[in-house]
Design a protein around this ligand. Structure first.
Ligand SMILES: *[C@@H]1O[C@H](CO)[C@@H](O)[C@H](O)[C@H]1NC(C)=O
Ligand SMILES: *[C@@H]1O[C@H](CO)[C@@H](O)[C@H](O)[C@H]1NC(C)=O
Ligand SMILES: *[C@@H]1O[C@H](CO)[C@@H](O)[C@H](O)[C@H]1NC(C)=O
Ligand SMILES: *[C@@H]1O[C@H](CO)[C@@H](O)[C@H](O)[C@H]1NC(C)=O
Ligand SMILES: [Zn+2]
Ligand SMILES: [Zn+2]
Length: 287
């Protein structure tokens, strides 16, 4: 029987999902505290910036700059942050241009104005991996390897994939997760609190994972997790499928139906591979 190079994605995800299901002592029904309080989301600051545009000076704009920097739409690396206005509240040219790029990526009207639709999209919980690899906004880039940067570097070239000798990936849960440690493994899954500056408490960033052949996959332990669609909770399997995409070498997709789309709401599941995902994994592993 001819074997298709698609096998890593399908067998791995099935195995992982089965393990996740059996392992987790996470809720499948509501618990005492209500996690749907969006007023405490780390992306809540965006609400206040609704309607802002170039020329504005509003408290919180520096957080918008950080947001767009974190997700790959601006790079101030190697710059004097005072000189580039990286940390001030001026809605400047660089920010306007980054907002346009963001809007373009998410198929919003690329006006550079932070309109209601842009704000709503930005406020949705998401994966912590950056959307963009080579940041065009960069003025000059010098090496300052931060965690996020190492993630984006790792997910850059199309050559980042598991070698043929590693198509049978093993996985394990790092100590601290509700299971026995099963290391060493190719893929290491854990629930992390804080995780440097990457995780941000309830809401905001939900999870992240590295590209091949690093193998780390972290869930934000501060999120309300569930197995299945449950109001106010994030579905572990849906997020796992997305992060496994990164583990196998896929970057983000701006196709909303794709597993590799970065944003996910609570109370929903998305478990079917979109042809965009399949196209991505084929392009990577059939080359
Ligand atoms: C949580 O609170 C919100 C708003 O107060 C409410 O609409 C929602 O039903 C609550 N969810 C749960 C699971 O209690
Ligand atoms: C939501 O969180 C905010 C800030 O932590 C708090 O002031 C507010 O009372 C909370 N709302 C609900 C419905 O729990
Ligand atoms: C940036 O500005 C702040 C506040 O004005 C100042 O304290 C800091 O020394 C400046 N940093 C640089 C690198 O110029
Ligand atoms: C942004 O402002 C517009 C117009 O005032 C309003 O209709 C919309 O609901 C707001 N959106 C958000 C996400 O706050
Ligand atoms: Zn992602
Ligand atoms: Zn991490």
């Amino acid at each position: 029987m001819a074997s298709k190079p698609l096998s890593p994605f399908t067998t791995l995800t099935l195995d992982l999902l089965l393990i996740l299901l059996s392992l987790l002592s996470y809720p499948t029904s509501s618990e005492s505290h209500n996690h749907t309080n969006s007023s405490s989301s780390p992306f809540k600051f965006l609400d206040h910036l609704n309607g802002s545009h170039k020329g504005d000076h509003i408290e919180g704009i520096h957080d918008l700059k950080l947001y767009l920097e974190k997700f790959g739409y601006i790079s101030y690396d190697g710059q004097d942050r005072n000189h580039t206005h990286a940390d001030d509240d001026d809605f400047d040219d660089v920010l306007e241009s980054a907002v346009k790029d963001y809007q373009h990526y998410y198929h919003l009207r690329a006006t550079g104005i932070l309109d209601g639709k842009t704000v709503s999209k930005m406020m949705t919980p998401r994966c912590g991996v950056a959307d963009h690899i080579g940041v065009q906004k960069s003025i000059t880039v010098t090496k300052r390897i931060t965690f996020m940067e190492s993630l984006t570097i790792l997910s850059s070239g199309a050559s980042k994939k598991w070698p043929r000798s590693k198509y049978h990936l093993t996985y394990g849960f790092a100590p601290g997760t509700p299971s026995e440690a099963m290391t060493p493994a190719d893929i290491k899954i854990s629930f992390e609190y804080g995780d440097g500056s990457s995780f941000d408490g309830p809401g905001g960033i939900l999870a992240h994972a590295y590209s091949p052949t690093h193998g780390n996959f972290h869930y934000d332990a501060d999120e309300p997790w569930s197995v299945g669609a449950l109001e106010g909770y994030y579905d572990l399997e849906t997020v796992a499928l997305h992060e496994i995409g990164h583990l196998l070498g896929l970057a983000h997709s701006s196709v909303e139906g794709a597993i590799m789309y970065p944003y996910i709401s609570s109370g929903v599941t998305k478990l079917d591979l979109h042809h965009d995902d399949i196209h991505g994994i084929r392009a990577l592993y059939e080359s």
